[in-house]
Design a protein around this ligand. Structure first.
Ligand code: AP5
Length: 210
């Protein structure tokens, strides 16, 4: 299954993708995570893209598109989390023959509440929420045992910029997939368990159709 998970910043894309990865063993490709890793490692690419991520702007396609294509090369089962985010990106992956696009629908007011409590492990791979999705041990990642921290782009100013980009560029991607009848909208304002159940329902339906 080749799946795209879309939605506004903080809608739960990473949370849903992590669960699908765990349950179905599909590869979870999150450009946001891969790009942040480059920044943390201080690679040449990391140095070039740091300012885009930290200011909430889209990283230029020359860094993102090939990176995603390389990740999924030769694979049949994967989740693209937060990719594509622009029409150009969507057109650049037409050859991948994506099966379905799941759109996590939630209001801006609701996701803003989520950001304040979001925590991630030091590597930025595993996500939590102090209230809605707490780790077993306070402040510690259940999976890798590292300290939980706040993301650098989770400040009110940068969150505002990420929403602006979402409205200006990413909503057109949704319309693009709507026209192709590939997009399914999920009510992502519910609790994490319920949102995941709705996603699974869509996935099971797709699997049945073969
Ligand atoms: P990215 O990391 O993808 O950020 P984003 O799209 O803004 O989304 P988030 O990761 O903030 O949120 P999410 O939807 O994954 O929600 P989460 O599950 O964490 O991208 C970061 C940056 O990288 C971009 O700004 C850009 O610079 C660059 N980039 C990435 N992709 C790019 C691309 N394609 N092209 C160019 N540049 C790109 O949940 C949020 C919080 O809510 C968590 O605390 C979680 O525990 C909690 N939560 C989750 N679900 C629920 C629920 N149902 N109820 C209550 N709480 C919940």
């Amino acid at each position: 299954m080749k799946l795209i998970i879309m939605g506004p910043p903080g809608s739960g894309k990473g949370t849903v993708s992590e669960r699908l990865e765990k349950e179905y063993g599909w590869l979870h490709v999150s450009p946001g995570e891969l790009l942040r890793e480059e920044v943390v490692k201080g690679t040449r690419i990391g140095k070039e893209i740091k300012s885009y991520i930290e200011s909430g702007k889209l990283v230029p396609d020359r860094f993102v598109v090939e990176m995603v294509k390389l990740e999924v090369k030769g694979k049949d089962n994967y989740i693209l989390d937060g990719f594509p985010r622009s029409l150009d990106q969507a057109k650049s992956i037409e050859e991948l023959k994506i099966d379905i696009v799941i759109y996590l629908d939630v209001s801006e007011e609701e996701v803003i509440k989520r950001f304040a409590g979001r925590r991630v492990c030091e590597q930025g791979t595993h996500g939590y929420h102090v209230q809605y999705l707490p780790p077993k041990k306070e402040g510690i990642c259940d999976v890798d045992g590292s300290k939980l921290v706040q993301r650098k782009d989770d400040t009110p100013k940068v969150i505002k910029q990420r929403f602006k980009i979402f409205h200006e560029q990413t909503e057109t991607v949704r319309k693009f997939y709507d026209k192709k009848k590939m997009a399914v909208k999920i009510d992502a304002s519910k609790e994490p368990e319920k949102v995941y159940d709705l996603v699974k329902k869509v996935v099971k339906e797709m699997k049945k159709q073969g």
